[in-house]
Every structure is written in structure tokens, then in C-alpha cells.
Design a protein around this ligand. Structure first.
Ligand code: CA
Length: 458
């Protein structure tokens, strides 16, 4: 089974360590005048640090170290990390030397967390789910080495979607797939419908699988799914060899703006207020630096609250799009940040509740890492045969080990977050998807039974 994971996207160790080192930038940015950052002019926007001074920290809250190296992928999920650095929220809590290292791919992030910052890698950062659990279990690591990881907060909800190549416009491929079944069958006998995601068995793979299966399309039998780096997928879509692509903003919107494809669905339509990507760190680093971990979390929480003020979103788009980070025109981010999506097939969404949220959404806390959501990601891995069925019973112990919502709560209290914004249950309760299917975290097996298309037999 572990071989199953290892056949995917393993990158050469040396190469990825090098890629990460090249992605380090803005060292000590907040303490330096902008002039000290060379070669970063152009559309780079220097954020005005809002809280550049270090708060009066009690000895209990003074971090053990001010230095940490965190990985990120240039999509909107990374915003809380980038904003916490650029607006001075990390520094406010004493983390004055946070290095944000752009990762070449999810595989590179995985490799870099294995070696840690001492070895030129990273101490933690942004993850799709359930990567921290799979790394902890040694299921996607080199030599199946078990590397304990702690999930510390959720970074974002929404902000993702499924893009379809323009050649399929008007053929019924949208959120509901009932009108497109014959097309998929027809393609299957010649060149199967080919869809890509950026890492197997995690969010993007799971979203496209959920959507296809809900529409009666078997993702294992009726289409071809594969792992492709984002930029290459866009190139493949242009040349017509890629039919669909599941990923985070800004890519879906770029595909529409560049007239390469259209959006069949937003993940906000598939599962409103769904769990998306998370912040997780190496357990070893957290155990050694508990106060610094909480300082990082407090910085992220402040950034998440800042991001949820829609008046700040234009500035957020400018910071994220700058050359140091995403390196693209800010306009690509401004509209989705307001819940405005031109889906590219004539459909337009203008609904703030469909935008990305970082701190709170209609269901409550976004930042708090609900254990019930970890369980959905693990259950979905069981559904598709990525994890053996006994993980349904093993999940609780694994989640209790990996999900450190207790640290989130401590950090929230220290940051003065009102009690009303600190969840009292580790479960968000029953979840409902666009096709009416319900996931009761108390009964994951019942959920699997209710699904028509799956690989596991329950
Ligand atoms: Ca994502």
C-alpha cells in the first residue's frame, strides 16, 4: 500500500532541497528598509506593516526562538502566512524572523519538511489534507519514515474550483453532470476525459473525484486522473491534451481570463464552507518550541481576521500578487476575493458568501481545526482505496495524535479571542454536500454505505 503512494510525484531529494533554498526571500523584511531588498521592484508592493512593533510579551509568551522557516504554495490558501509576515503580525508576537519559502510542488514541500530547516528544508507550512497524517504515518515519505506532524489551524475555506478546457463548452459539463454522461462514455472508447490535480489523495484529487462520482461518473473507470504541476496543466490545456484541472485560485480564474477554459464548479458549490488547506508543523519543532508555535499561530490568527475584512482585500490582492509571492496581475485576485467569479461559460457568480474566508464563515470558525474534518479526509481516502478500510477504526487515534486543536485554543486565549469564537466541540457535526449526501462524523461507515460510486466495499 505504501508503494502505492511512493509511485507518485517523488522528486529527487537534491533537486527539491535546492528548489526550496532558491525560494527563500525577504529575509528579515520587516526590520529592513525596502531598499535592502534588491531585484524586487516591478509590481512588487511593499506592505505597510500594521503592527511592526513587538507587543509587550510576558516571559510565558516570549518565544524560545524568533526564527522559523515555513513553506507555501503560491495560491490563495497561503494568504494568512504571507499577510502575517508582511503586515507584521508574526513580529508582533515575537516571531521577527519568519522565512517563507515558496515550494516548487507539494512533493517538494513534503521532501523539505522531512529534512527540516536545519537540513535546508522547512519546519512546516501549508498543506493539503490529509498530508500531515500521511507524513506522520510514513505513507508518503522516503523509506516510509514516520515523521510526526501537528495540524495547528485551518488556513482557508473555498477559493478552489474545477476548470474545464474550452473545447467542452456547451456540452453539459457543469456542477451537475447529468447532461454529460454520454460524452464521458463516448470519450472513454477513444481518448478518455483526462483530469489533473497537483498531488494524489488530497484535497484537489478528492474534490474532482467527489464531483465526478456525484454526477454518476466513476473517477477510476470512466476518466483518466493524474498528477501534474499547475503550470504544466495550463500548458496541456492550451494544447488540448488536458480536459480538466482541479486547483486553487488564482489558477481557475487565470484559465478563464486567458480563455483557455471555463469553470464547471467552485468547491464552494460542491460543499459550502468546506475544510480546505491547513497549517501544520513538524511535531519535533513544536515540542521543542511550544511558545514560538503559539506566537506563530497568534500571528496567523491576526492575519486571518485582517483578511476577512473585505476592505483589506484589495491590499491583500496586491501583496499576494507581487513578484515576491505569486508574481501575477493583482486583478486576477481582486474579483474572486469579493466572491465575484466569471465562470467563463456565461455563468457569473457575485456572492460574497462564495468568496474565500480565512477566520469565520457561515458555519463558524474557519481557523479552528475541527477533528471531524480530518476524519472526512481520511474517510474519503478509504472510499477510493488509498487507505485500507481499517483506517476507519484507526482514524480516531491518528487524528488525536496529529490534530493539535488544544494548541490552537491556548493560542486563541492568549491572543484575547472572545470565547464565542473558540469552538467548544472538536466536531462541526453533520456536513452536507451539493448532491444531498450527508457525512455524520459519528458514523463514517454509514456515509460510505450511502455513496453509490466508491472503491471500498462496506
Ligand atoms: Ca487547495
Amino acid at each position: 500500500m505504501t508503494e502505492f503512494f511512493n509511485q507518485f510525484s517523488r522528486r529527487k531529494f537534491i533537486l527539491t532541497a535546492g528548489a526550496s533554498a532558491g525560494g527563500v526571500f525577504l529575509k528579515g523584511c520587516l526590520g529592513n528598509p525596502p531598499a535592502s531588498i534588491t531585484g524586487n521592484t516591478g509590481n512588487n508592493v511593499q506592505a505597510q506593516p500594521a503592527a511592526q512593533t513587538v507587543a509587550n510579551l510576558t516571559p510565558e509568551q516570549t518565544p524560545e526562538t524568533t526564527t522559523v522557516k515555513l513553506g507555501y504554495i503560491p495560491i490563495v490558501e497561503a494568504a494568512p502566512l504571507i499577510i502575517a509576515k508582511e503586515k507584521g503580525f508574526f513580529a508582533k508576537y515575537g516571531m521577527t524572523n519568519v522565512d517563507l519559502a515558496k515550494q516548487a510542488s507539494w512533493g517538494a514541500a513534503r521532501d523539505n519538511v522531512e529534512i527540516g530547516s536545519a537540513g535546508g528544508g522547512i519546519d512546516g507550512g501549508q498543506w493539503q489534507m490529509p498530508m500531515p497524517h500521511l507524513i506522520t504515518e510514513g505513507l508518503i515519505t522516503k523509506g516510509n519514515k514516520k515523521i510526526p506532524m501537528y495540524v495547528l489551524c485551518q488556513l482557508i475555506t473555498h477559493g478552489n474550483g474545477i476548470a474545464i478546457a474550452n473545447k467542452h463548452l456547451g456540452k453539459g459539463i457543469s456542477l451537475q453532470l447529468t447532461g454529460a454522461k454520454s460524452l464521458f462514455t463516448q470519450l472513454k472508447s477513444s481518448t478518455p476525459f483526462t483530469a489533473a490535480f497537483t498531488f494524489p489523495h488530497v484535497n484537489q484529487d478528492l474534490w474532482i473525484r467527489y464531483w465526478l462520482a456525484a454526477g454518476g461518473i466513476d473517477p477510476d473507470a470512466d476518466v483518466k486522473l493524474l498528477t501534474v504541476p499547475a503550470a504544466q496543466t495550463v500548458a496541456n490545456m492550451k494544447t488540448g491534451t488536458m480536459d480538466a484541472f482541479s486547483t486553487g485560485d488564482p489558477w481557475p480564474n487565470r484559465i478563464v481570463k486567458d480563455k483557455i477554459g471555463y469553470m464547471a464548479a467552485l468547491t464552494a458549490e460542491i460543499w459550502k464552507n468546506h475544510p480546505e488547506e491547513y497549517f501544520a508543523m513538524k511535531g519535533e519543532w513544536v515540542d521543542k518550541n511550544p511558545k514560538a508555535t503559539k506566537a506563530i499561530l497568534k500571528g496567523i490568527m491576526a492575519a486571518q481576521q485582517w483578511l476577512d475584512n473585505f476592505d483589506n482585500r484589495k491590499e491583500a490582492a496586491q501583496i499576494l500578487s507581487s513578484r515576491n509571492y505569486f508574481n501575477l496581475p493583482a486583478e486576477i485576485l481582486i474579483e474572486p476575493f469579493q466572491g465575484k467569479y466569471d465562470m467563463g461559460d456565461g455563468r457569473k457568480i457575485d456572492d460574497k458568501s462564495m468568496a474565500a474566508y480565512y477566520w469565520k464563515d457561515e458555519k463558524g470558525s474557519v481557523s479552528y481545526p475541527y477533528k471531524s474534518h480530518d476524519l472526512w479526509f481520511i474517510t474519503e481516502n478509504v472510499r477510493w482505496g488509498f487507505l485500507p478500510k481499517d483506517y476507519l477504526t484507526k482514524a480516531k487515534a491518528l487524528i488525536d495524535k496529529v490534530n493539535r486543536e488544544d494548541i490552537w485554543k491556548e493560542a486563541a486565549k492568549e491572543a484575547g479571542i472572545p470565547a464565542a469564537d473558540i469552538p467548544t466541540s472538536t466536531s462541526r457535526g453533520v456536513e452536507q454536500f451539493f448532491d444531498g449526501v450527508k457525512f455524520d462524523p459519528e458514523k463514517p461507515e454509514e456515509y460510505l454505505k450511502s455513496l453509490k460510486i466508491k472503491k471500498v466495499s462496506v
